[in-house]
Design a protein around this ligand. Structure first.
Ligand code: ACO
Length: 429
């Protein structure tokens, strides 16, 4: 950490503010005491320049397309690790030894069932219920079955139990939200299968027929989940941290994160991308026309899956996913016209001055939907898949926030409304 200072002048007075420098030389002006000293606050809609915390979990360099979890490059993790290994790394800070991993897996496997009473909740939802709405409610509902988890700081073992329960049960809840939508019978978890295989089993097996998990599909899912596992202080993670900062329990905090993820500007973009590609394909596949629409400020259409708040060169996850997309479709022998539309769209946009000038590149959501589609995941479940992947990151960030005993998140504002005025009775308005 630095001893440097920043100086600001306000109303003729000079103030000194500490400079904070991270391990990768990221620099910040520490304004924690600014208001107390000067009566000024900073104004930064969308928090484009605001660091909300010091974190040791994920490093992201948007200019150079770098993403590392706990120091390990995303490329190496996506190629070599299992999703639960990465979850352990994010949550506990180090890659697990064989013994730690076996213990972790045993605990997760032991908690995959959800309480039988929860089945009734599912049955009350209409078939058209979006699975993200169901998932967010179900995760919050878990807290009602484990009242001891309402105190988020009870003790380390209790917190770990909640963490393991969440990781174990989220795929069950996710798969059941789909089964319920289809009005198909729920498939119970099969604890002889690994995490990804088990999810696929709960999604696609039927009591009437045998279902064998395709290893190509399970491995593609493992890679996608790793690529989504954390992304430092994005919209949903900031939501999880801010909800948790009021000392709300972990279930409630994660449920809020799922809701934040749902929006099409965030995790909901993966569903929006496929819907967009289908629309372009059905319209004849004229990508130039749609690129022009995306540039037209009077047209609400945007290229979904393009642009990112922090990546201004390329999204390293998109690079891995694009390659994986080709490989998986080849291995599965699928010829999806949407992949061709996506590639054409990307090529046109990347050569276009509008997109170049604004540093707009494909993000993680641009190609992920094509893989999800190829492995049989229905479009409305895409953001649910994102949530399963992001869960370890949300948990790690929540845990770090609580362990650092961070203060309640409470931004300020600049009020621009009416000055004081007297109430007027309705008859005189
Ligand atoms: N299509 C067309 N124009 C775009 C796009 C796009 N996808 N994204 C940004 N722009 C333009 C904006 O209109 C703006 O232009 P202007 O400077 O002429 O006004 C400029 O690029 C900057 O965009 P902002 O919206 O200010 O950038 P911001 O950082 O606030 O938003 C966001 C980032 C939300 C991701 C945006 O790029 C977007 O809406 N993309 C499409 C949705 C999407 O793919 N979201 C997933 C993001 S990744 C994730 O969350 C997992």
């Amino acid at each position: 950490m630095s001893t440097d200072i920043a100086k600001i002048e306000l109303e003729g007075k000079s103030y000194e503010l500490p400079i904070v420098i991270g391990t990768e030389n990221e620099k910040a002006i520490d304004i924690a005491k600014l208001r107390a000293q000067t009566k000024y606050i900073t104004l930064d809609p969308g928090f484009k320049n605001t660091g909300s915390t010091k974190s040791a979990i994920t490093y992201l360099d948007g200019e150079n397309g770098v993403l590392r979890y706990r120091g390990y490059p995303i490329e190496q993790l996506a190629e070599n690790a299992s999703f639960l290994e990465v979850a352990y790394l994010l949550i506990y800070g180090e890659l697990p030894t064989k013994e730690q991993y076996d213990e972790f897996i045993a605990s997760i496997t032991n908690h995959t069932l959800v309480h039988e009473d929860m089945k009734q909740f599912f049955e009350a939802y209409p078939p058209k219920a979006h699975p993200m709405g169901v998932l967010s409610s179900m995760v919050c509902s878990l807290s009602t079955f484990y009242p001891e988890s309402l105190d988020p700081d009870r003790d380390e073992n209790a917190v770990n139990l909640t963490i393991h329960r969440l990781i174990a049960k989220l795929p069950t809840l996710a798969a059941w939200s789909y089964k319920n939508k289809m009005r198909h019978p729920f498939m119970y978890p099969n604890n002889n299968l690994d995490y990804c295989e088990n999810f696929l089993h709960m999604m696609f097996a039927m009591p009437t027929s045998e279902y064998k998990v395709d290893p190509v599909v399970a491995s593609a899912l493992n890679k996608l989940l790793i690529l989504h596992a954390d992304h430092e202080q994005n919209c949903s993670t900031s939501t999880v941290r801010i909800v948790g900062s009021s000392h709300a329990n972990l279930y409630a905090s994660i449920s809020a994160g799922i809701s934040a993820l749902w929006g099409p500007l965030h995790g909901g973009a993966n569903q929006a991308v496929i819907e967009m590609l289908e629309q372009i394909n059905a319209d004849g596949g004229d990508v130039d026309k749609w690129v022009e629409k995306a540039k037209d400020k009077n047209d609400p259409f945007r290229l979904m899956g393009f642009g990112h708040r922090v990546y201004k060169n390329f999204d390293p996850r998109a690079k891995i996913i694009k390659k994986a997309c080709d490989e998986i479709l080849n291995k599965l022998g699928i010829d999806d016209p949407l992949l061709e539309v996506a590639k054409k769209l990307e090529a046109v946009a990347l050569e276009d001055e509008y997109f170049k000038a604004r540093n707009l590149y494909p993000n993680v959501d641009f190609y992920s939907g094509i893989i999800y589609k190829a492995i049989g995941i229905p479009t409305e479940m895409f953001t649910v898949m994102f949530a399963i992947g992001r869960l370890p990151g949300w948990i790690a960030q929540w845990k770090e926030m609580r362990e650092n005993n961070e203060p309640i998140g409470r931004p300020r504002q600049i009020y621009i409304g009416e000055n004081e005025r007297d109430f007027i009775p309705m008859a005189r308005r």
